[in-house]
Each structure stands twice: as structure tokens, then as C-alpha cells.
Design a protein around this ligand. Structure first.
Ligand SMILES: [Ca+2]
Length: 397
């Protein structure tokens, strides 16, 4: 095409000269004249014209092609824009979102894996510790077993029998009443006069919850200690039958068939008075009858044997010889400060403390109590004032 352009410039004068075809005859033969040049150039006119035509067509083609290309480019631009706007863009952004989501999932899973690894290693540590403890225990178990609690060697039918056999100090003893199927452990209080008391109940710090069900009261609960530092309810513990368990105090409590009825026919005077005999609160003429405990059956929240329309044991949170309901309530809720109010009493708002109403009013909860059993023979033998007074000497002022 470079040659073709050169041709265009050369042929412009030729075309002009070709308007004078006759001059070739006038101008000389040897030295090329203008006409000669023109004539010489004329011979190429046809080729040049053809070249020009060809060139023009080429140019036109190029122009057409350029136009088409422009259209194509425009179209492509449009397509690109619309594609970006439409499916492609959406697709790619969806893919992006998916990728992000996967990345997040991967990160979360990596975190989980990390946490699990930590858990595994902490578990491994703990297992190691447990193995060590287990090894220590195994070593200990290989040593001959020694009871760390001192249990006195003398045994008897009850604590008085034990005292009669020569025991002089309080502590843990085995007793086996004649009808009991097996011996069981009790705390015996033995005083300097050789009197033995079987401790039935001990309250001293509120460490044991006395809101227990029938079976628990039947089996006993809390903790026995050789130095009288713990709280418990021993009654019926490891004994199928209360009368078998306590033959020498058979008038105190009945058998389970009779719901462990309290038969408390005696009380020798003490500072605390006899709350078991009921109390006239001044609310109702029948107060004393309604609150005496003598002859009452034992009740727990799941065994209502009281003489009240409702459930005294449930309302007052204890197991006790409920009437409707009580003047004495030694299995009541422990209140650290002693004094308490209806608000403190919780859901039911009744006097649910450790109460001995002939000594303190019903809104004072005793801080220490002990219930002890003594043989009936000792009462009838006389001279038991001090012992029973101790029974009444509950708590503090
Ligand atoms: Ca009832």
C-alpha cells in the first residue's frame, strides 16, 4: 500500500497533461519533453487508475470494517455493562458471597477445632490428675483400713445400759435393742452421775436441712460425730421398727404402723416449760388442744397425719408430731439470728422455726437443741429431775 500512495502523487500531473495529447508530436525526440514525460506517464494511467480504484475499495472496506468494528465495540461495551449488571455480575457476586461464607465457616471450624484441642488437652491433664489420685488411693487402700472415728468398745441395748456397763464418757457407741435386727451407731451422752442418754436429735448450727420426707426421717439423716459437733436425726436409723429400736422407752414413740405416734406422758419441770403439752397462744380457746403433741402421729410433707385441714409438715418444712400444728417444733427451719418474721418464713409465712413456745415465742428460733431418750425405768425410779431438765434445756436465750 505504500507504493500505491506514491503512485497517487505521481499521477496527478499526468492526468493534467493528458488533456494535451498532441504535444508529443511537437516536442523533440531525444531530450524528454513535458509531452514525452506526459506520454511516458500516460502508459501507466490504466494501472494507476486500477490501483486507485482498488485502493478506494480497500479504503471503503476499511471504513466499513472500522464502522463494523465500532458497532461491535459498542455492542461489546453494552454487553459488558449489561452483563455486569445482570446475570454475570450477580453470578460472580454470588460466588463471592459463597466464598466469603465458606471462609467464615472455615474460620469458625478452625476456632472450634482449636477449642476442642484445648478441651482435649485439658481433659488429658485432668485424666492424668485423676490417674495420679487413683494411684494414691490405691496405695492408701493397700494399707490396712483404720477407722478415723473413735467408736467406743462397749455396746448395749441403749445408752443407759452402756453407762451401766461402766462407760463414763460421751461418744459413739453401738446399741442393739433386743428386738432390733442389727446393731447401729448412736451418740450417747453419759454424765458424771452414770446416766446415759441416747441422743435422738441434735441441732447446733443449721448445717443439716431438716425439711425431709417420710423415708428420710424413718432412716435418719445428718452426721454423727464422736465429739457432738454435728447435726442429725437418728430416730429409726437402721431399725425397721421404732418400738424394737427403743424398747426401754416404748411409751415415747409407737411403731411405723401407727405413724410413730408420740406418747409423751411425762415431763418433769424445767425452765423451758412443756411445749409438748400444747400452748394457749390466745388466738383461739382451743389453742392448747390444737397444739399439744402428746398422742400425735408423725407427719412429713409427703405423709400428712396431722389434725389440720392443710398439711402442717409441708407448711412448716419439717417432720414432726404435728397437731394443727404445733407448740413445739424442734425440727423446724434453722434461723441463724434466732429472731425471724413471717416474711423470713417464706412461701407459707407460718412460724416454721425451731420453736419451744413455752420458753420463747413462736417467732424465735432456738439455736441449739438436743432430744434425748431415757429409759422409762429411770423416770419411775425418781431422781431424774436433772436429766429431764436437760431435755428441756434447749437452745439459748
Ligand atoms: Ca392434714
Amino acid at each position: 500500500t505504500f507504493i500505491s500512495y506514491a503512485s497517487i502523487f505521481l499521477h496527478i500531473p499526468i492526468l493534467y497533461l493528458s488533456a494535451h495529447p498532441y504535444c508529443q508530436h511537437i516536442i523533440g525526440q531525444y531530450c524528454p519533453t513535458t509531452c514525452g514525460v506526459a506520454d511516458y506517464r500516460w502508459k501507466y494511467k490504466e494501472d494507476v487508475t486500477r490501483d486507485l480504484d482498488h485502493l478506494q475499495r480497500e479504503l471503503e472496506n476499511i471504513a466499513n470494517l472500522t464502522h463494523g468494528a465500532e458497532i461491535k465495540i459498542d455492542y461489546m461495551k453494552d454487553s459488558a455493562v449489561s452483563a455486569q449488571k445482570n446475570s454475570f455480575y450477580k453470578k460472580s457476586s454470588n460466588i463471592l458471597e459463597d466464598v466469603l461464607r465458606f471462609e467464615k465457616t472455615i474460620i469458625a471450624q478452625e476456632q472450634q477445632i482449636y477449642e476442642l484441642q484445648n478441651l482435649i488437652s485439658s481433659n488429658e491433664r485432668r485424666m492424668l490428675e485423676l490417674k495420679q489420685i487413683s494411684m494414691q488411693l490405691q496405695q492408701k487402700c493397700q494399707e490396712p483400713c483404720q477407722d478415723e472415728v473413735e467408736i467406743k468398745p462397749i455396746a448395749g441395748t441403749d445408752c443407759q445400759d452402756i453407762a451401766n456397763k461402766g462407760a463414763t464418757s460421751s461418744g459413739l457407741y453401738y446399741v442393739k435393742p433386743p428386738k432390733a435386727p442389727e446393731q447401729f451407731l448412736v451418740y450417747c451422752e453419759i454424765d458424771n452421775f452414770g446416766r446415759g442418754f441416747t441422743v435422738l436429735q441434735r441441732r447446733r448450727d443449721g448445717s443439716v436441712d431438716f425439711n425431709k420426707n417420710w423415708i428420710q426421717y424413718k432412716e435418719g439423716f445428718g452426721y454423727l460425730s464422736p465429739d457432738d459437733t454435728t447435726e442429725f436425726w437418728l430416730y429409726k436409723k437402721r431399725a425397721k421398727d421404732a418400738s424394737a429400736r427403743l424398747p426401754s422407752t416404748q411409751t415415747l414413740v409407737g411403731s411405723e404402723d401407727d405413724q410413730y405416734r408420740l406418747t409423751y406422758g411425762y415431763y418433769l419441770s424445767g425452765d423451758a416449760g412443756d411445749a409438748f403439752d400444747g400452748y394457749d397462744f390466745g388466738d383461739d380457746p382451743s389453742d392448747k388442744v390444737y397444739t399439744m403433741h402428746n398422742g400425735m402421729q408423725f407427719s412429713t410433707f409427703d405423709r400428712d397425719n396431722d389434725r389440720y385441714d392443710g398439711n402442717c409438715a409441708q407448711q412448716d418444712g419439717s417432720g414432726w408430731w404435728m397437731n394443727r400444728c404445733h407448740a413445739a417444733h424442734l425440727n423446724g427451719k434453722y434461723y441463724q439470728g434466732g429472731r425471724y418474721t413471717e416474711k423470713d418464713a417464706g412461701e407459707y409465712g407460718f412460724d416454721n422455726g425451731i420453736i419451744w413456745v413455752t420458753w420463747h415465742n413462736r417467732w424465735y428460733s432456738l439455736k441449739e437443741t438436743t432430744m434425748k431418750i431415757i429409759p422409762l425405768s429411770r423416770i419411775t425410779a425418781g431422781g431424774q429431775q436433772a436429766g429431764v431438765k436437760q431435755f428441756g434445756g434447749l437452745g439459748d436465750a
